[in-house]
Design a protein around this ligand. Structure first.
Ligand SMILES: Nc1ncnc2c1ncn2[C@@H]1O[C@H](COP(=O)(O)OP(=O)(O)OP(=O)(O)O)[C@@H](O)[C@H]1O
Length: 240
């Protein structure tokens, strides 16, 4: 946990030939993703394009998938932060963090330090002993993010983090993500929030109708869309 990565090393390599929910009905085809250490790759696409299906395939949750997924990095560890909070009704925020630490075999001293740091960062100290059922949607989402950050994985897979977070929480989250990227962690993030994506992502994968419409840096996306100097939104509009 926490080791530095070699720059430009792949932390996750994905080749999806096809994947879907029922036999013979693939929802995505030919999706290739390569997230490098320290880089943030945005998975972008309209509703129903196949972003969640791609993430589920990476997490090996789909019954019908022909895919090759390789986790790299120092330990091959990853954190998945779902869009919809998932939690235990009877465990407090602090107990959720403790449970995650136990599952990942973190020692007590590291746990106390990291968990306290995260409570501070996300301004959740006051509710550390409260049950998440009493939290707002955004606070529940912060809890999911804290669990992800706690284990300091080689790669983060984050499903639409921006919708439930207020501007301050978004800033806190992006600050932590930046720290993690400097450590060498890679990030795959699905989002609809294109102006933020344009500002923070190094690479983009534009999914439309279950296919990759374009991928690469903003420059590469602009080239693919034939719109030099255009915003991600305009490229997205043209390509999808
Ligand atoms: N559980 C499911 N069973 C069957 N089909 C599904 C299921 N979930 C999604 N699909 C189908 O797969 C396709 C891709 O959906 P997916 O959820 O991956 O899109 P998305 O890009 O994540 O969209 P959104 O931005 O709305 O979350 C859609 O045609 C959708 O109807």
């Amino acid at each position: 946990m926490g080791g530095l990565k070699v720059p430009d090393e792949s932390v996750i390599q994905v080749h999806i030939e096809e994947a879907g929910y029922e036999a013979g009905q693939p929802r995505i085809r030919d999706v290739d993703i390569d997230v490098r250490a320290g880089r943030l790759t945005g998975l972008i696409g309209p509703n129903g394009a196949g972003k969640s299906t791609t993430i589920k395939t990476i997490l090996d949750l789909l019954p019908h998938a022909k895919a090759d997924i390789k986790f790299g990095g120092a330990s091959g560890s990853y954190a998945y932060v779902p869009e919809q909070p998932v939690y235990y009704d009877t465990l407090t925020l602090w107990e959720h963090l403790g449970l995650a630490a136990a599952v990942y075999g973190m020692d007590e001293v590291d746990f106390e330090r990291e968990a306290s740091h995260l409570l501070e960062k996300f301004r959740m100290n006051e509710v550390r002993d409260h049950l998440p059922g009493s939290f707002s949607k955004g606070m529940q989402q912060k809890m999911m993010l804290m669990i992800g950050f706690l284990i300091r994985p080689d790669v983060y897979i984050v499903d639409e983090p921006f919708i439930g977070l207020d501007p301050r929480a978004t800033k806190d989250f992006l600050g932590l993500l930046e720290e993690e990227r400097r450590r060498g962690a890679g990030v795959l993030m699905s989002t609809h929030v294109l102006d933020t994506a344009e500002r923070i992502c190094d690479d983009f994968i534009l999914i439309s109708n279950g296919h990759v419409a374009a991928s690469g840096t903003l420059e590469a996306i602009r080239e693919a869309s034939g719109l030099p100097g255009a915003s991600l939104f305009d490229c997205f509009d043209k390509l999808t």
